[in-house]
Design a protein around this ligand. Sequence first.
Ligand SMILES: C[C@@](CO)(OP(=O)(O)O)[C@H](O)COP(=O)(O)OP(=O)(O)OC[C@H]1O[C@@H](n2ccc(N)nc2=O)[C@H](O)[C@@H]1O
Ligand SMILES: Nc1ncnc2c1ncn2[C@@H]1O[C@H](COP(=O)(O)OP(=O)(O)O)[C@@H](O)[C@H]1O
Length: 282
Amino acid sequence: MGLRLNAHAKINLTLDVLSRRPDGYHEVEMIMQSIALHDTLEMEFEPKEIVLTVSGVRVTAGQDNLVLRAARLLQQQAGPEAGARIHLHKEIPVAAGLAGGSTDAAAALRGLNRLWNLGLGNEQLVKLAAQLGADVSFCLTGGTAVARGIGEILTPLPPAPAFGVVLVKPAFGVSTAAVYRGLDLADLGRRPDTPAMVGALQKGDLDLVARNLCNVLESVTLKLHPELQTIKERLQEAGCRGVLMSGSGPTVFGLTADQKTAGEIARRINLPECRVLAAFMV
Ligand SMILES: C[C@@](CO)(OP(=O)(O)O)[C@H](O)COP(=O)(O)OP(=O)(O)OC[C@H]1O[C@@H](n2ccc(N)nc2=O)[C@H](O)[C@@H]1O
Ligand SMILES: Nc1ncnc2c1ncn2[C@@H]1O[C@H](COP(=O)(O)OP(=O)(O)O)[C@@H](O)[C@H]1O
């Protein structure tokens, strides 16, 4: 029997950087939010071999695909007889700040844990996830959460309202490592207020959520790609109540009251050379 899993993208409603660690990683505090946009993984048992095929948005199907890296990591626990045929259908833009690779890796861990009857609990899966990338742990459970450490220490929050999300992904991608490297920790500018955002989400107050949107990486990516400022302004003019860059970018998102409004704005807005998508918070 095969399995089919959805791997949801995320946006960062807040992102603060607290310090730089000796290994080059950064201690962060951020509010992560899953959105309806998702990739799909289909998998079935295959003795010994792990085979990956990919369709949709172009991404490598080679050994560096995070699905294969996750599968190989779990195979070390399952033994060499365990294999799988996996098909990844990609809808999430790549190198976009939406955790596309991380969510695929998390779905591969969840799916193969079931397919191979390993019975690993969440704590064990989180340990494996942390070896694959800072955002993979959040993607295992998704929803709404505060992430600390390098992103792997999670405090779940109550489900947030299903606000609409308009996503704009320019044609270029950015390197997460380069954006973190470009950050001047002595001059971060405006910082997020995490408790205020948690309170705004709990109240379901969209304007308060909008006022508390804040990402300290935004100014770094905006310096590299000033056209992102125009995209932000266009989303605001089009009726989004709050606008922010997600993660290290370059995707910019705008929040609306609901999915229908996000869809209307996404259809209306004319941003050549950008991929415009409508989603909602899940
Ligand atoms: C910025 C964020 C915000 O959610 O998301 P994206 O923009 O990638 O979606 C994350 O912190 C990205 O997490 P993720 O993309 O999983 O990071 P990894 O693959 O582990 O690391 C890529 C590179 O980013 C840098 N990095 C990542 C996380 C972190 N807390 N500090 C860092 O300095 C490191 O240079 C690392 O080599
Ligand atoms: N399954 C995957 N989906 C997307 N990107 C992947 C995947 N596997 C490996 N990658 C690589 O991971 C890098 C970051 O991609 P992605 O996870 O989409 O970005 P971000 O972390 O900014 O959200 C890209 O260089 C991409 O080639």
